[in-house]
Design a protein around this ligand. Structure first.
Ligand code: ADP
Ligand code: MG
Length: 725
């Protein structure tokens, strides 16, 4: 782009390095401040009356209902703690179906009769809030005139303080439901799915003789993101409004040298990361790792895993904090799945496991045959779940942004499959054969018990191409998009596995009732289940064309884009499972289908409108400007008696491209003027007509970019955005 923004960007980096650059975040103060702004268990214990503390713990640990007097006690302690830390306001924080979070701040202070202000906060205010539900998407569940909605305190996720230079606000995580009780958010179904999974898993554990009474789904979501200089960000309407570049020619250097992944982190970026992490530590988000990712200017941050619900809140806070802190360093954080064409996109690997209240990770292969059997049972249930719920899981990660990633050559394919690794695959082969004789490593076998072999501790190699990989003691759902709230994919996974555990437990219980031994019954059940569902196991290269063919042969679903995937949420089997486990009703599922379709259409529409705007107001004027210059120069040469043959060729090329570009801009603008009889039809129209028209316009624009001179080109280029750090 014209050198001005580039110069600004470089000046910004220099200023930063010379002034604010030396930020005081030493490891020591990170340690001291971890959780300092959280109303944590420790704070609760110190500040609550004993009975109230005990009642609150029972609610958190065992899901027991909270009575009004406890709520009052908690509210009072919470307010005192918050006010002592400088808070003036509180907010019920929730996760509506927009995909981002919502908050409305209310002051603690109310006027007294004698004209003073008094900080007050009752149990009622803690437990319930009443935002206007009609302004949030409801998929037709609520109409505008029936606006009432409630936020309900989620005691299982601790409140924290949102502090900035001018304010401190007490943030209370809440669920968001309509007046009729329908879930209008992402947290409610997640909590319900955790409950369902716990019930079914405990039922299975009982059969294996365990005394566990509760099982918790755990999430460890890894976040990939880009950081680009704010000067470039503000100079690109597409980044600012769509979160991704809609035009942009490939730079001469991309990621082909593989010199970025795990490379040393640029100074300014590291400082930014450190501050974001320090902020997250204060509010109790246990960030653990940071590194450079594959694409230039792409990075990753990952926490230590936590209970699914808390991890989901913390993941939303992580995205918000990255966005909030980056500008302080003259950077903009891009969370989009595909901010730049031609280099890797961003995902969010959702590490998932289940643990019991005795401290055991149920997906940890154990040493004893007994634990082996239990592990194999749970692992088989997950394999069965992914096979049975391929469509549901595919739906859970489908949105316009992820369409650029899934199935593209650097991301997992749109086909769901499970990677187990060679060793575990061989063990499952043996389980299926029913006569395990040896493990690959030549370990000892308990043939006398149930033909279930001893398991290796390390499940073997990694496979970066698998959308759903077993990684030692957890599964990693790798196809989730980087902007996504993990609640939906996590909820679907929980429901799918709960359904599997339920079905398998029912069979096992029947066998046991007939007097079969546990070992024999489990061995037979696993053999049968693996036989039926092993088609979902794939350890090869998920990015290859052979896999597409092989998957088709195996009858696996290949839902290539959002529009194909979304209807899976209202398939009868999905409705049946969600209703059975009381996670979402048929109406609530339909509402989500409708919202997701609309969001898809709106996203594509915004992007296409932006392209038309950028074409008319940025690219065409630049192209005409250059055309004029070349035209004048060709005319001058001819007038001087030395006509330029090459000059004429350049002129011909720019005229041809500019005309084609202009015509395609008009075509796209006309195509956007379209009504469809239903949102389904409209989504198909956007996919089949608008998306290809956008691709053609981009292609022409990118061809123009590489011939127009630097000073004339009005937009920051890929080369600048990706490499000025
Ligand atoms: P990897 O190389 O597989 O990414 P890590 O140990 O860094 O290995 O794990 C990545 C993520 O997986 C981290 O966020 C981590 O907390 C999470 N994780 C580890 N164990 C579990 C578990 N039992 N449940 C959920 N997530 C887990
Ligand atoms: Mg990982």
């Amino acid at each position: 782009m014209g050198s001005a923004a580039l110069a600004e960007a470089i000046k910004g980096i220099r200023n930063w390095a010379m002034t604010e650059g030396r930020v005081a975040h030493t490891p020591a103060n990170v340690k001291d401040t971890f959780g300092a702004l959280v109303f944590s268990d420790k704070v609760q214990q110190a500040r609550l009356p004993k009975p109230a503390y005990k009642a609150l713990r029972d609610t958190i640990m065992r899901g027991e209902a909270l009575d009004a007097s406890t709520a009052d006690a908690v509210a009072s302690a919470l307010k005192d703690w918050a006010v002592e830390h400088g808070a003036s306001h509180f907010t019920h924080w929730f996760q509506p179906l927009t995909g981002i979070t919502a908050e409305k701040h209310d002051s603690f202070y109310g006027p007294t009769a004698d004209g003073r202000a008094l900080a007050e906060f009752s149990g009622k205010e803690l437990v319930r809030g009443e935002p206007d539900a009609s302004s949030f998407p409801s998929g037709g569940i609520r109409s505008t005139f029936e606006a009432r909605g409630y936020t309900a305190w989620d005691p299982t996720s601790p409140p924290w303080l949102l502090v900035n230079n001018n304010s401190a606000t007490l943030v209370i995580p809440t669920a968001f439901v309509s007046w009729t009780g329908a879930a209008l958010d992402k947290k409610t179904p997640l909590l319900r799915s955790m409950e369902a999974l716990s019930t079914q898993a405990v039922r299975v554990l009982k059969l294996f003789g365990s005394a566990a009474t509760r099982v918790t789904a755990t999430f460890g979501p890894e976040q990939e993101y880009f950081l680009v200089d704010s000067n470039f960000y503000f100079a690109r309407p597409d980044l600012l409004n769509a979160g991704r570049t809609l035009f942009g020619a490939r730079p001469p250097k991309g990621q082909e040298l593989e010199d970025q992944y795990f490379g040393s982190i640029p100074e300014r970026v590291l400082a930014c990361m450190a501050e974001a992490e320090a902020e997250l530590y204060k509010v109790g988000v246990p960030i653990k790792t940071r590194h450079n990712e594959v694409a230039p200017s792409q990075y990753e941050v990952a926490p230590i895993f936590e209970s699914a619900n808390v991890a989901t809140d913390h993941q939303m806070m992580t995205m918000e904090t990255l966005k909030r802190v980056a500008p302080k360093y003259g950077l903009a954080c891009l969370l989009h799945e595909k901010p730049f064409a031609g280099v890797n996109g961003s995902g969010k690997h959702l590490n998932w496991s289940i643990g019991d209240d005795l401290g055991n990770n149920l997906l940890n292969p154990g040493d004893t045959p007994h634990l082996n059997m239990q592990f194999l049972f749970f692992c088989t249930a997950v394999i069965r779940a992914v096979d049975m719920s391929q469509g549901l899981l595919r739906m859970s990660i489908a949105h316009a942004g992820n369409d650029h990633r899934l199935g593209a050559n650097e991301a997992p394919p749109a086909i769901l499959s499970v990677f187990l690794g060679d060793m575990l695959t061989e063990i499952f082969d043996q389980v299926e054969g029913g006569g395990a004789k040896s493990t690959k490593a030549g370990g000892v076998l308990d043939i006398g018990v149930a033909a279930l072999p001893k398991l290796p501790r390390d499940a073997g190699d990694r496979n970066r191409t698998s959308p759903f990989a077993f990684t030692g003691n957890k599964f990693e759902f790798r196809a989730v998009g980087s902007t996504q709230n993990v609640a939906l994919p996590g909820t679907c996974l929980n429901v799918a596995v709960a359904e599997s555990l339920d079905a398998m437990a029912t069979e096992l219980e029947a066998k046991l009732a007939k007097g079969e031994s546990l070992e024999a019954a489990v061995a037979a059940l696993l053999r049968k289940t693996i036989k039926t569902h092993k088609r979902i196991i794939f350890n090869g290269n998920g990015y290859s064309n052979e896999w597409q063919k092989e998957a088709a042969k195996r009858g696996l679903l290949n839902l290539k884009n959002t529009v194909d995937a979304l209807p899976e949420i209202v398939k009868p089997s999905v409705i049946k499972a969600f209703e059975k486990f009381k996670v979402l009703t048929e109406a609530e599922l339909h509402a989500r289908y409708e919202i997701n379709l609309e969001t898809y259409c709106k996203t594509i529409n915004i992007e296409a409108q932006l392209m038309v705007l950028m074409a008319n107001r940025y690219i065409l004027p630049a192209a005409f400007e250059y055309q004029k210059k070349v035209g004048q120069s060709v005319a001058a040469a001819r007038a001087g008696g030395v006509p330029s043959k090459e000059g004429k060729k350049v002129l011909a090329l720019i005229v041809k491209l500019t005309d084609a570009f202009r015509a395609q801009t008009e075509r796209l603008a006309d195509a956007l003027d379209h009504n469809s009889p239903s949102s389904e039809k409209h989504a198909k129209y956007m996919r089949d007509t608008i998306v290809p028209a956008m691709a053609r316009l981009r292609d022409l624009g990118d061809q123009i970019e590489v011939i127009v001179p630097h000073e004339v080109w009005p937009l920051p280029t890929y080369r600048e955005m990706l490499f000025v750090k």
